[in-house]
Design a protein around this ligand. Structure first.
Ligand SMILES: O=C(CO)[C@H](O)[C@H](O)COP(=O)(O)O
Length: 226
């Protein structure tokens, strides 16, 4: 199904940005046409890498970054304090993995109660059944198309089938849920990912490694027209 252009979102993952000049790099990607920012939080426990936390998010807000920022928690266990810290720092969306807690429903509710968008992130081998009783509390389903922990990995082609299945699930439900794909997206697989049913594209290296952010985002977006 072809969607309205407004429903497609390009969400650069700042994990691939230049951390030595993060504010400037993020401002540049926004001027180049990013719709939303993706903020990866890694704990060196749930995933084998350590990244950034609420203080960095707050610094970006203080720097003047004012577009929506979706925080992706790759943390186990998640806890109330952490969620509240990210909310206070300026997160507009918070997503986590169902494996991160025994209380998926409670955390979705906590995030929602604060007027923030909610997301569940499914690893490549995580079954769609975890969505069954919480669909009405989710704003975005994020399908990982790499194993989480590092940017710059190769897209797992078996996830295309999962995207199609998830799109059917969403379309068979009355809720307004975005379908995002995260990991290994580039110019050569973008169309297939879109045709399979994704409408949010979380892209790190293919944007931040490009010499011209505007051109690369423009090129991704122009593929949505065909
Ligand atoms: O969540 C992530 C890794 O865990 C990154 O957001 C994701 O991999 C995007 O980066 P790239 O486009 O470079 O693959």
């Amino acid at each position: 199904m072809k969607r309205d252009m407004k429903e497609y979102l390009i969400e650069p993952s700042i994990l691939a940005a230049d951390f030595s000049k993060l504010g400037e790099d993020v401002s540049n990607v926004i001027s180049a046409g990013a719709d939303v920012l993706h903020f990866d939080v890694m704990d060196n426990h749930y995933v084998p890498n350590l990244s950034i936390g609420p203080m960095v998010l707050k610094s970006l807000r203080n720097y003047g970054i004012d577009i929506p920022i979706n925080v992706h928690l790759m943390i186990k266990p998640i806890n109330d304090r952490l969620i509240l810290d990210f909310l206070e720092a300026g997160a507009t969306g918070i997503s986590f993995h169902p494996e991160s807690t025994d209380h998926v429903d409670r955390f979705l509710q906590l995030i929602k109660e604060h007027g923030c968008k909610t997301g569940l992130v499914l690893n490549p081998s995580t079954d769609l059944s975890c969505l069954e009783y919480v669909m009405h509390k989710i704003d975005v389903i994020i399908l990982m198309s790499v194993n989480p922990g590092f940017g710059g990995q190769i897209f797992l082609p078996e996830i295309l089938r999962k995207i199609t299945q998830t799109r059917k699930l969403i379309d068979n439900n009355p809720y307004d849920i975005n379908l995002a794909v995260d990991g290994g997206i580039n110019m050569s697989n973008f169309c297939k990912i879109c045709e399979s049913g994704a409408n949010v594209f979380i892209i790190g290296s293919a944007i931040f490694n490009a010499s011209n952010y505007h051109d690369v985002i423009y090129n991704f977006r122009s593929m949505l027209l065909y």
